[in-house]
Design a protein around this ligand. Structure first.
Ligand code: NDP
Length: 334
């Protein structure tokens, strides 16, 4: 799947195209590259950001005319790197293609625990899971009994933040964009309350309904109008972990936020973070979360698109909320 050009405005399927090319599936002599068969690919909101011309940021732009790259779970077919053997299953940065030849093998992580759905390494056992864990425990400074609000709560990151907050004994409310998602937040992920932000005329009033005494912690995934309304409802000394602002990624000019003065009057700590700064916690996180999933103490919802050709539409769907849970693409199951 090729990115045709830099994208402006809302991402469309026609900004990407499927191309057939034949490549030689062997490691060039003397190279330490690894040949991979891609099994599962991840659709993540940050990928939209990489479709614009970026300078001096934490990631680079995709290259127009080249395959899109992203997190994938893959099987090693051939390896010039002694750390990987044929048949190994790895997590890493691969291409949106059936087969990839990866030269930066230091970015590949060998998956040892295969007694779980392998696609979970793109979600709960991967980057979104670590984002929820680091963002909640390291950035929010949470305490038992506090009130927590999560936006885009049914997504790859949000569904976990809510469960972590419940496990700690917090009161947790989530917002999402459909009735089905709202129902799932309460019945499956054990949020205390949830609401459909698309049906609320007045977000400030909606938040007051669920947080009459205010919000201690806001896990920010969407930005824009929601952030403005939350600022009005934060408690004194509240914390806002700014994880993402998905409502802004397709806009050329980001929306103004009017209530930032609340940061001063309420002495709020608002902190942006990037999961890349927390990979030292990854082994500790995996050791905690894999047993929790196996014991059924934490649950995880995925939205599965079948076939590489469905990847462009799956990625576009993130920005209208079509995905219910972590969006993955199955390229091959073996
Ligand atoms: P999700 O699985 O939550 O998918 C995106 C969701 O965002 C959609 O399903 C939709 O749900 C919601 N959404 C889309 N457009 C809008 C809009 N205009 N207004 C409000 N909600 C919208 O994605 P992730 O869980 O993977 O990511 C959540 C956030 O975390 C993103 O902002 C992402 O960029 C960020 N992130 C940040 C990281 C970091 O290191 N800081 C790492 C990983 C993710 P709905 O139906 O509820 O509208």
């Amino acid at each position: 799947v090729i990115l045709k050009h830099y994208v402006t405005g809302y991402l469309k399927e026609s900004d990407m195209e499927l191309k057939n090319t034949t490549i030689k599936l062997n490691v060039p002599k003397g190279s330490s590259a690894v040949v991979l068969k891609n099994l599962y690919l991840s659709c993540d909101p940050y990928m939209r950001y990489r479709m614009r011309k970026i300078e001096g940021s934490y990631v680079e732009s995709f290259i127009p005319g080249s395959p899109i790259t992203g997190y994938g779970v893959a099987k090693v077919l051939e390896s010039g790197d002694s750390n990987f053997q044929k048949g190994d299953i790895v997590l890493g940065r691969t291409g949106w293609e059936e087969y990839s030849i990866v030269t930066a093998t230091q970015t590949l992580f060998k998956i040892h625990d295969k007694d779980v759905p392998l696609s979970y390494y793109l979600g709960i056992f991967g980057m979104p899971g670590l984002t929820a864990y680091a963002g909640f425990y390291e950035v929010c400074s949470p305490k038992k009994g506090e009130t927590v609000f999560v936006s885009a709560a049914s997504g790859a990151v949000g569904q976990l933040v809510g469960q972590f907050a419940k496990m700690l004994g917090c009161y947790v409310v989530g917002s999402a964009g459909s009735k089905e998602k709202v129902d799932q937040l309460k019945s499956k992920f054990c949020f205390d309350e949830a609401f459909n932000y698309k049906e609320e005329q007045d977000l400030d009033a909606a938040l007051k309904r669920y947080f009459p005494d205010g919000i201690d912690i806001y896990f920010e995934n969407v930005g824009g109008k929601m952030l403005d309304a939350v600022l009005l409802n934060m408690k004194v000394h509240g914390r806002i972990a700014v994880c993402g602002m998905v409502s802004q990624y397709n806009l050329e000019q980001t929306e103004g936020v009017h209530n930032l003065f609340c940061l001063i009057t309420k002495r709020i700590r608002m902190e942006g973070f990037l999961v890349f700064d927390y990979y030292h916690l990854y082994p500790k996180y995996l050791a905690m979360i894999i047993p929790q999933i196996k014991a059924g103490k934490v649950v995880y919802a995925e939205d599965v698109a079948e076939g590489l050709e469905s990847a462009p539409s799956a990625l576009v769907g993130l920005f209208s909320g079509r995905n219910i849970g972590k969006q993955i693409v199955v390229v091959s199951r073996e």
